[in-house]
Design a protein around this ligand. Structure first.
Ligand code: PMV
Length: 340
């Protein structure tokens, strides 16, 4: 088993959850966002992707969790491979074999870990030895949030100002061991609907129609600064308040988009209410909720409050189970699976 035999390589990345959301681009072709965003890369969940370029192959093939994939997801992978082929000056078509150890498209950011792993595997297989920064710039073109999954721990995706995107990339801010007491209790919601509109299209509809979008943009640079400070100081109540403020702002923009974007179920809303009630009871923020464009809810808290919170959230009607996740590692090369 080799990590990079010529023409083939494998790479592994974990999903991330945004504490400050990416929602809207100023340049869709280059995926240049309107605002910087901040995330935590999570442990335990991961996407593994192997890429093999083969001479004589006439088409790219994409297998996900063992099954051949066609349609739009295949087109996205081909477009991504074309960029890598262009950069490497090769023409060979490839077999892409990807697997997630969690449910794909379940609202747990499989596109972020998937495109980050594809960036790592495809460049290596093509003979390119790119830095993490370049990988993050490439991953961004597959799915914006994927640029943050190249790194572990706490990550900032800087919006940059240049029109060619050369200063738009993710950077690690604090490592995965920065704050060992901080945990993410994920409430997995039963019957979470799959996204009716792809995020890339949905966010542009928010940019165009939500009356709150411009105001949100004004608030964001200050919120990013405050959040990075709270992380640096390991100031839990401050962090939880900021994470909820940001989540509420994101949700408000979604709900005031025309037509409205509603990613939550009644159960998700009960989870948000339970977190507010826990904080009320404690007289300060002991937990902070956030969610992406999906129904599951991530609730940050400290290890000392995790067991109580899991019991509380796990007892809500419609919550299937809770996961206990922590900040996790960045992307890494892995041995090629046997037979590849
Ligand atoms: O990376 P995309 O195109 O799937 O968009 C992700 C958008 C959010 O998950 C809602 C926010 C974020 O920053 O991850």
């Amino acid at each position: 088993m080799s990590v990079g035999s010529p023409g083939a390589a494998a790479y592994e990345c974990s999903p991330n959850i945004a504490l400050i959301k990416y929602w809207g681009v100023r340049d869709p072709r280059r995926t240049l966002p309107w605002n910087s965003s901040v995330s935590v890369t999570l442990d335990r969940l991961r996407s593994r992707t192997a890429v093999r370029f083969e001479g004589g192959r006439s088409e790219d093939e994409f297998r996900l969790d063992g099954a051949a994939v066609g349609g739009r997801p295949l087109d996205d992978v081909i477009e991504f491979l074309d960029r890598v082929r262009g950069a490497a000056g090769i023409r060979e078509r490839a077999v892409v074999d990807s697997s997630n150890n969690f449910q794909t498209a379940s609202g747990l950011a499989s596109s972020a870990s998937g495109f980050a792993a594809l960036a790592g595997a495809a460049t290596r297989a093509a003979g390119l030895n790119w830095s993490d920064r370049r990988l993050s710039q490439l991953a961004r073109l597959g799915s914006g949030s994927a640029c943050r999954s190249i790194y572990g721990g706490f990550v900032e995706w800087r919006r940059g100002t240049r029109s060619d995107g050369s200063d738009c990339y993710a950077r690690p801010v604090f490592g995965e061991d920065h704050w060992p007491e901080l945990v993410d209790v994920v409430a997995i919601v039963k019957g979470a609907p799959t996204k009716p509109v792809r995020s890339a299209a949905a966010m542009q509809s928010s940019v165009a129609t939500s009356p709150g979008y411009a105001h949100r943009q004004k608030e964001l640079p200050g919120r990013v600064r405050k959040l990075l400070r709270a992380l640096r100081d390991r100031d839990a109540p401050r962090l939880f308040d900021l994470v909820m403020e940001e989540c509420d702002s994101f949700r408000d923009v979604c709900e005031t988009t025309d037509p409205p974007l509603d990613y939550l179920t009644a159960t998700s809303r009960s989870v948000l209410a339970a977190v507010r009630a826990e904080n009320e009871r404690a007289g300060r923020a002991v937990a902070g909720y956030t969610h992406d464009a999906g129904a599951h809810v991530h609730v940050f808290t400290l290890t000392k409050s995790a067991a109580r919170l899991r019991r509380r959230l796990g007892s809500i009607e419609g919550v299937d189970r809770t996961l206990l996740l922590r900040p996790g590692p960045g992307g890494r090369a892995i041995p090629l699976p046997r037979g590849r």
